[in-house]
Design a protein around this ligand. Structure first.
Ligand code: GYE
Length: 342
């Protein structure tokens, strides 16, 4: 760990007549974590960053080197190489997209630095290039959302209607996009729904709005907008309302979303977002647990999925089934929103 710094501190402390042993001990206890974060594109991401920063605090015995890659993989590659040079104890990577990590993760492995992947996955030829991954089952999220839509339309007597969906996708190539898009496409096929348009909104409100505006100009028959995160939904809702259409249970268009951030659930309470499938961003303590186990020489799970909930505007649909598993759907209330951590 930061050998040059320890040497420098030793020299200074010896000159000052301090105990070199104390300096060594203090430095040895601190665990240095380099965290390469995707960016700050969404409310989800902000909550994720806060979770990491509050967990890997000085008070908790960590030194966190935080790098915001501004949604660019090349920035993440640079950050990881800097972490290796700084001889951090652990590298934590929230990868923007799945591919393109083999070389830099091999460099980390050669340097003997364990890499923990959070949130989205990496697609590497050799799984030993990372120690552990923790995040969400994005395909399952999409499947749950679609099972909800199927049950909702059925309950509203619209089971036999022609249904036209548009998909505002996340960052193309990100696990959250890949899984949620897959969940939608498979369900559309099964149920005979039309996906009339599909474009990326880059997980941002501004792009979500822009994409929705262009879709509304091209199609006058949209029944459902499937937004792959809350911020895209905020932009889409603005665009729909600006075009003179109404969102919500009694409106022209149903907006669906993922993340269940505070603002997202507030829009769910009003029905602007009809169904919101949780994606939990509070990964700080989960990564900390992995690091603590590694420090203690214990085994860690290679892959760990987080349990997630579902919220809807009302209780029309109380449970959904995906495969052989049932998932509860909670009708959102202000009390629930106030009691949540993000
Ligand atoms: O849904 C979105 C964020 O990868 C799960 O990234 C994450 C996604 C999340 O920008 O809001």
């Amino acid at each position: 760990m930061k050998k040059k710094m320890v040497t420098a501190l030793l020299a200074v402390s010896m000159l000052a007549g301090l105990s070199a042993v104390n300096v060594m001990a203090a430095d040895d206890d601190t665990i240095t974590v380099g965290f390469s974060q995707v960016g700050a594109e969404s409310d989800w991401r902000t909550a994720n960053t806060e979770s990491m920063k509050s967990t890997f605090s000085e008070d908790n015995g960590y030194e966190l080197i935080f790098d915001d890659a501004q949604q660019k993989q090349e920035n993440q590659l640079t950050a990881i190489r800097n972490f290796i040079q700084q001889e951090v104890d652990y590298i934590v990577l929230a990868p923007v997209t799945e591919t393109g990590w083999d070389t830099v993760l091999q460099e980390a492995k050669d340097a003997g630095i364990p890499v923990i992947i959070v949130d989205r996955m990496v697609d590497v030829s050799d799984d030993s290039l990372y120690t552990a991954w923790v995040g969400s089952n994005f395909k399952l999220e999409g499947q749950k959302a679609m099972a909800w839509l199927d049950a909702y339309l059925e309950a509203k007597g619209r089971g036999d209607e022609e249904i036209n969906l548009v998909d505002i996708q996340g960052t193309i190539g990100a696990s959250a996009q890949i899984g949620r898009t897959e969940g939608l496409e498979e369900a559309a096929k099964e149920n005979g729904w039309n996906i009339v348009d599909q474009q990326t909104g880059e997980f941002t409100q501004a792009k979500g709005q822009e994409v929705m505006e262009s879709m509304l100009k091209k199609h006058d028959n949209i029944n459902v907008v499937y937004c792959e995160n809350d911020n895209e939904a905020f932009g889409a809702i603005d665009a729909i309302e600006a075009a003179g259409k109404k969102v919500g249970p009694d409106g022209d268009i149903l907006v669906m979303s993922f993340d269940t951030t505070n603002a997202g659930l507030t829009d769910t309470l009003s029905g602007k977002i009809i169904c919101n499938t949780e994606c939990n961003p509070l990964h700080g303590p989960r990564v900390q647990e992995i690091i603590e186990k590694l420090e203690a020489g214990e085994d860690v799970d290679k892959i760990a999925y987080v349990d997630e909930e579902m919220f809807a505007f009302d209780d029309t649909v109380k449970t959904v089934t995906v495969g052989d598993k049932d998932f509860d759907v909670t009708a959102i209330s202000q009390e629930i929103i106030d009691g949540r951590a993000y």
